[in-house]
Structures are given as structure tokens and as C-alpha cells.
Design a protein around this ligand. Structure first.
Ligand SMILES: Cc1cc2nc3c(=O)[nH]c(=O)nc-3n(C[C@H](O)[C@H](O)[C@H](O)COP(=O)(O)OP(=O)(O)OC[C@H]3O[C@@H](n4cnc5c(N)ncnc54)[C@H](O)[C@@H]3O)c2cc1C
Length: 450
């Protein structure tokens, strides 16, 4: 890349980076976005190899009430479908629960299990609130179960559900998730997904921006007078300021270095937070065989890594099931070849739906931990970290702003958290808050200096 100079460099073309860049460009700044991959979107990534769009990264807008991500989707004119079964919800929409044997729970058994989950959820906040740090979420669940005097299968089923919740929402085993790791999990309003894929969102944000693909950044040198960003190919770009939005896992691996180093507050949080793993296995079948539930959940050891199946035909009409798996299960699957993963998946489905379950016609499997530009799926509160650590990670270091989902304490691990973190960084540079809806304005490209 020829030597370039911009007002602001944004590293990473995920939702945080694109939102920051768009806000800055609309604010009159000359902005260049440097993206390592040959595509934009980061952890929003829509694939069409199954014949219909499927989202390999984020799928849901988690809770549309008052959510700027949702308002902006409407302004961009992106079609959405209500699918309120994200956030590892256990109630509200049709969910089919299957026992260890594979047999579906009766309505009465399912209702009694769901009632147990409500009881435990109602008791958890007080226990978490009084847990002496460092305490794990697993310990908080145990405390509640002891107080309720539940034992045997009843306690085991709840414990298992809470473990899967941690793996799903945080990508982490419940035994290393801090007791406060799910404090921010609340979903005001319905959840929606995009039949045409989340990629539409990144495309709308990027429209009119100067985004340089295949431009992996290796180092950021900064002083009071400006920044110099060096790329893997040896070239460099200079600017007044830089917004770095690479994922937490990439920062923790030291793939991007800072000279001088990040401020103590950010560096401390970087060491304490965790990067979870969460993957998706999409299977396209000749036709649907899984009944009318929106989600099928397998209980017991039979479902340790294969506990949740989402009916994607509700979104695109095509007979596609998505198995979502996080934590140690996802780490294990990432070490296996596709054929072995599919074999396990089909075996798990045959346990519930019988031997006539056919082989899938096509599959698409993610490996987010193995991806060098992600190094995991999303951030979580590792035991010993504090809920403030997310926002502390976003502490500016001189002319370096950090943004991205891991820096947004109110809702980390989400696309709306990423969006708002990008707007916070842009607002700090512009000197005023940015209205998310302003991002829908048309952007006229501004050429950079060479
Ligand atoms: C499987 C999965 C499912 C999810 N489901 C949901 C969901 O349903 N709803 C939800 O709200 N959230 C979900 N999330 C989380 C959500 O996707 C993320 O929180 C959000 O997309 C993060 O955006 P970001 O801009 O912070 O980071 P990213 O999207 O990761 O963007 C960072 C960018 O930096 C680039 N980069 C990395 N290293 C370099 C480098 N050295 N130089 C230049 N560029 C670099 C990356 O390629 C990437 O494009 C999911 C995530 C995953 C993985």
C-alpha cells in the first residue's frame, strides 16, 4: 500500500469499526478502514453455500425494544423476522425438550422443568449480588439449588441447563464464568434475525467508506502528535488518531502491538477478561423431519455437545437445522474434521427422531477459535474479572481508542454492543455524542492524502 495519511485510521471492518468510521466520516473526518480479511463484517458473516443465506457469526438482534441496532436496521431497509429463541431462552416460543433417552418430554414434564428454571432465575440475582469475589456462576447456581433443597435429577437438569447457558451466551464453561458474567443478560422485547443475512448490515455501514481489505495491521506507534500504523506487508499509514476494533482474542494474542503500550486500565482489563468459543453447525436436509418447535433441546449426557437445534426453515424456508455449541464442546469440535462432526450430529438427531433421519445434503461448520482474525467468538467475564473491565478496556491510550464488543460493559458479546462502542470511540474524537440513527445518512467518499 502506498504511504497514506488520514485524519483517523480505523482498524477492523466489523460492526464496531464500520460504525466508528461512518460516524467519523459523516463528521467530516477523512477516514481509512484497514481490514485484515478479504471481506468486511468481522463476526457478522453471511454464507450462501447451502443455497440460502445462513449467518456464521451473529444471527440475532437480541431484544429490539429501545435497541439502536434495530432502529438502524429499519432505516437501512433490511428485512427482519421475529425469532425470539436467541439468548438461550427457555420459555415463550415453542421449544421441544427431549430426555436422555431421546423421547420428547410430555407437556407437563416440560412445563415443570421450565417452572424450575424460572424459580432458580428468580433466586440467582440475590445470590450473585452477595457472592464474595472471586466466585463462579456455577457456585452461584449450586448455592441456589442447596437453598431450594433440590437434589437428584431435578437439580442435575437445572445445573446442566445453566452450564449450557454459560457456554451459549459466553462461550465459556460455567466453572470459569464469573458469578456476575450474566448480569447484563436481559432481552427487552422480541429478538429478530435477518432472512437475507447480517452481512447486509455491514454493507450498509460500509457504503461510501474507504475500506482497504487484506490489510492486516501489526503495530500501532503513537505519540502526542499522531499515530503510525504498520501493516503486515511492511507498508504504513499515518493519521491523527486511530480506533482499534480487533477482537479481544487478537489483542490478547499480541497480534497487534502498541508503542507505547496500552494504558494500565486497558492493559489490566485485557489480562482479566476471557474470550469464549461458540460455533455453529448448519445441516441442510432434503426435507424437514423435526416437528414444529422453533428449537429442539436434548437433555442429559446425550446432549452434552449437541443440546440445541434451531429450525432455520423459519427464517429462510429451506430445511436447514443449526446446532449451536459453545465452551469446551466447541473447542473439541474445532479439532475434528467436518465428516466426524457430521457423524456425531446425525447420531444425535437419530436419537431423538429415529433411524430414518437422512444424511444431510450439505453442511457448513464454523471454527471461530481457530480463526486468526477472531481467536474466539466473544468476550466473557472470566472469574476474577469485574463487570467494569469491559468499559476499562475501552479506556483511551493517548491517541489510541479501543472499541469492539469486548469494550462495551452494558452489553458485551453483542452486535449492538459493538455498534455502540464504535460510536463511543467516534464521539470521543468528534467531541460530541453520535446519534446512531445519523449513520443512515448518505456518505460522499472523501479521497485521502498520499
Ligand atoms: C458464532 C457467533 C454467534 C454470535 N451470535 C450473536 C448474535 O446472535 N447476536 C449478537 O448480537 N451477537 C452475536 N455474536 C457476537 C457478535 O458477532 C460480535 O459481538 C460483534 O459482531 C463484534 O463486532 P466487532 O466489530 O466488535 O468485532 P469484529 O466483528 O470481530 O470486527 C473486528 C474486525 O477486525 C479485523 N481484524 C482482526 N485482526 C486484524 C488485524 N491485525 N488487522 C486488521 N484487521 C483485523 C477482523 O477481521 C474483523 O473484521 C456472535 C458471535 C459469534 C462468533
Amino acid at each position: 500500500m502506498a504511504a497514506l495519511h488520514a485524519d483517523v485510521i480505523v482498524v477492523g471492518a466489523g460492526v464496531a469499526g464500520l460504525a466508528a468510521a461512518r460516524a467519523l466520516a459523516l463528521g467530516g473526518q477523512r477516514v481509512v478502514v484497514l481490514e485484515a480479511r478479504d471481506r468486511i463484517g468481522g463476526r457478522t458473516w453471511t454464507d450462501t453455500s447451502l443455497g440460502v443465506p445462513v449467518d456464521l457469526g451473529a444471527s440475532w438482534i437480541h431484544g429490539i425494544d429501545g435497541n439502536p441496532l434495530w432502529s438502524l436496521a429499519s432505516s437501512f431497509g433490511i428485512e427482519t423476522v421475529e425469532f425470539t429463541v436467541g439468548s438461550f431462552q427457555f420459555d415463550g416460543r415453542p421449544i421441544a425438550w427431549h430426555a436422555q433417552s431421546g423421547a420428547r418430554l410430555s407437556d407437563a414434564d416440560a412445563a415443570s422443568f421450565v417452572a424450575d428454571l424460572h424459580t432458580v432465575d428468580a433466586a440467582l440475582p440475590a445470590v450473585v449480588g452477595s457472592a464474595p469475589p472471586p466466585s463462579t456462576y456455577a457456585a452461584a447456581v449450586d448455592t441456589v439449588l442447596r437453598a431450594l433443597r433440590w437434589q437428584g435429577d431435578r437439580a442435575a437438569r437445572v445445573r446442566e441447563y445453566m452450564a449450557h447457558r454459560s457456554e451459549d451466551l459466553c462461550g465459556a464453561p460455567v466453572t470459569v464464568l464469573d458469578a456476575h458474567g450474566l448480569d447484563e443478560e436481559h432481552v427487552p422485547g422480541d429478538e429478530v434475525v435477518f432472512p437475507g443475512g447480517y452481512a447486509q448490515y455491514a454493507a450498509a455501514l460500509a457504503d461510501g467508506l474507504d475500506v482497504r481489505l487484506s490489510s492486516a495491521v501489526r503495530s500501532v506507534t503513537h505519540s502526542a502528535s499522531g499515530v503510525e500504523v504498520r501493516l503486515e506487508d511492511g507498508s504504513s499509514v499515518t493519521a491523527g488518531d486511530v480506533v482499534v476494533t480487533v477482537p479481544l482474542g487478537v489483542l490478547q494474542a499480541g497480534d497487534v502491538t502498541f508503542d507505547p503500550p496500552l494504558a494500565d486500565a486497558a492493559a489490566g482489563a485485557l489480562g482479566r477478561l476471557g474470550m469464549g468459543t461458540y460455533d455453529k453447525v448448519f445441516l441442510r436436509f432434503p426435507s424437514r423431519f423435526w416437528g414444529d418447535a422453533w428449537v429442539v433441546r436434548q437433555q442429559g449426557s446425550a446432549g452434552v455437545d449437541w443440546h440445541s437445534w434451531y429450525d432455520m426453515s423459519r427464517v429462510t424456508g429451506a430445511p436447514v437445522l443449526a446446532a449451536l455449541v459453545g465452551g469446551a464442546g466447541a473447542r473439541r469440535l474445532e479439532t475434528l474434521p467436518d465428516a466426524m462432526i457430521v457423524e456425531e450430529a446425525v447420531e444425535a438427531l437419530r436419537r431423538m427422531f429415529g433411524p430414518s433421519v437422512p444424511a444431510p445434503e450439505a453442511v457448513r461448520i464454523t471454527r471461530w477459535a481457530d480463526d486468526p482474525f477472531s481467536r474466539g467468538s466473544y468476550s466473557y467475564l472470566h472469574v476474577g474479572a469485574s463487570p467494569e473491565d469491559h468499559d476499562l478496556l475501552g479506556t483511551p491510550s493517548g491517541r489510541v481508542q479501543l472499541a469492539g464488543e469486548a469494550t462495551w460493559g452494558e452489553d458485551p458479546a453483542t452486535v449492538h454492543g459493538a455498534l455502540l462502542s464504535g460510536l463511543r470511540a467516534a464521539g470521543r474524537l468528534l467531541g460530541h455524542e453520535v446519534d446512531p440513527l445519523a449513520l443512515a445518512e448518505t456518505l460522499a467518499p472523501v479521497p485521502l492524502d498520499h
